[in-house]
Design a protein around this ligand. Structure first.
Ligand SMILES: Nc1ncnc2c1ncn2[C@@H]1O[C@H](COP(=O)(O)OP(=O)(O)OP(=O)(O)O)[C@@H](O)[C@H]1O
Ligand SMILES: [Mg+2]
Length: 382
């Protein structure tokens, strides 16, 4: 739309960015755009290229190929200190001999901001992270969560265009991490600064982000809202990485009017919504909570039934409000079912390992995944 750098709708943009370390391609032709004020998470397993992507935005690494735009302007070649971005790391690296206030004000001293203004802005940043009253303390007198708040105040004090956060809560225990997740979301909404947040914790990404980029092996597999990523994962990797997913695979035998039939070849036919091509090999995913136990040990003649499968119970576990049942289908596929106990039929209490049962699902439950299943490494037993 606009040709100049000003008024660009994107705070950060990758255009086919590649970064190699010797033979290894850490980031492979990645493109994405981050909107102003957005909370975007880069989510993926260890080594998938999250930190490398972040370091290229910060300017600590240079891409081998492609373009990086910050605020609509080409940033490649611009040194880190001239970029309108700041980074918060997992190790908060505060100066131990300085007070909290001086830690936050320190960066501005280098920029020759007057003393009174430095302290006024540092106090404001400490108020934002709710540390008013701790100005005179040293970092060692604060808890881990509080120290991370100081690091955050220090990064925000200059009001950068973009804040980069690399697993900032990784060193905190679970309870503190949950608290800080809520705090970070509040702070981001209050200051309206674009956050790019690196994590390998899918729960964290789902709960905090406007959008999530799911990365694997140097590429983004899917970039979308948490709800879309969860409800409509495009690939088996995304489906498996975000929450739990049951998989069924087979061949599409019918496809019309936005519905298809997938014959698994083991007596189960999946009928679901989606655009498939007749004859194609395909794989679907079904979330554990979308499976129902339809009947106890009376699962007689449903061979070839639609959206139902005979199975044998492997285990049953109480998970507080939920019950988790693991079953093996006639074809040998294992599936996980999770039922809310308040909604669960009383007869399910009697289910025991070894019992034959029937599981069912709605035609809205299966998600058609983009890539066909890999060839089955274990030959069918029959
Ligand atoms: N300076 C470097 N020299 C050589 N290889 C590197 C360098 N930095 C990163 N890599 C490699 O690039 C790949 C991506 O690394 P990166 O740090 O971006 O992963 P990550 O997604 O942040 O993982 P983690 O969750 O473990 O932090 C890895 O295989 C890593 O070993
Ligand atoms: Mg990393």
């Amino acid at each position: 739309m606009s040709s100049g750098g000003h008024g660009s709708a994107y705070d950060v943009e990758f255009r086919s960015v590649t970064k190699r370390f010797g033979d290894l391609t850490a980031v492979n032709a990645v493109s994405f755009q981050v909107q102003q004020g957005e909370f975007l998470s880069l989510l993926g397993p260890s080594g998938c290229g999250k930190t490398t992507s972040l370091r290229m935005i910060a300017g600590f690494e240079q891409p081998d190929d492609g373009e990086i735009l910050i605020g609509g302007e080409n940033a490649v070649g611009t040194p880190p200190y001239k970029r309108d971005v700041n980074t918060v790391f997992q190790q908060y690296a505060l100066f131990p001999h300085m007070t909290i206030l001086d830690n936050v004000a320190y960066g501005m001293k280098q920029q020759r901001v007057s003393k009174s203004e430095r302290y006024a802005r540092a106090r404001e940043a400490l108020e934002l992270v709710r540390l008013t009253g701790r100005e005179k303390h040293r970092p060692s007198m604060l808890s881990g969560g509080q120290q991370q708040r100081v690091a955050l105040a220090r990064a925000l004090v200059n009001r950068p265009r973009v804040l980069l956060l690399d697993e900032p809560l990784g060193a905190l225990d679970l309870k503190l991490r949950k608290e800080m997740q809520i705090e970070l979301t509040r702070i981001q909404q209050q200051v309206g600064i674009t956050f790019i947040y690196v994590t390998h914790d899918q729960g964290e990404a789902l709960s905090m982000s406007d959008r999530i980029a799911v990365m694997s092996d140097g590429v983004i597999e899917q970039l979308d809202t948490p709800a879309e990523i969860y409800d409509r994962p495009l690939t088996a990797f995304v489906a498996d990485f975000i929450g739990e997913m049951n998989f069924l695979q087979g061949r599409v035998t019918e496809a019309r009017d936005g519905e298809y039939d997938l014959d698994t070849g083991t007596g189960v036919v999946v009928r679901a919504r989606g655009e498939a091509t007749r004859g194609q090999a395909a794989r679907v995913g079904i979330r554990p909570a979308r499976l129902r136990i339809a009947a106890g040990s009376t699962n007689a003649a449903i061979h070839g039934a639609i959206n139902a499968a005979r199975a044998v119970v492997d285990t049953k576990m109480y998970l507080g409000d939920e019950v988790q049942v693991v079953v093996t289908l006639d074809g040998g596929t294992q599936m996980v079912i999770r039922e809310q106990r308040v909604d669960s039929d009383e007869s399910h209490d009697a289910i025991r390992p070894g019992d034959p049962i029937t599981i069912q699902w709605d035609r809205t439950a299966p998600v058609l995944l983009a890539e066909p299943p890999a060839p089955d490494p274990t030959p069918a037993e029959d």
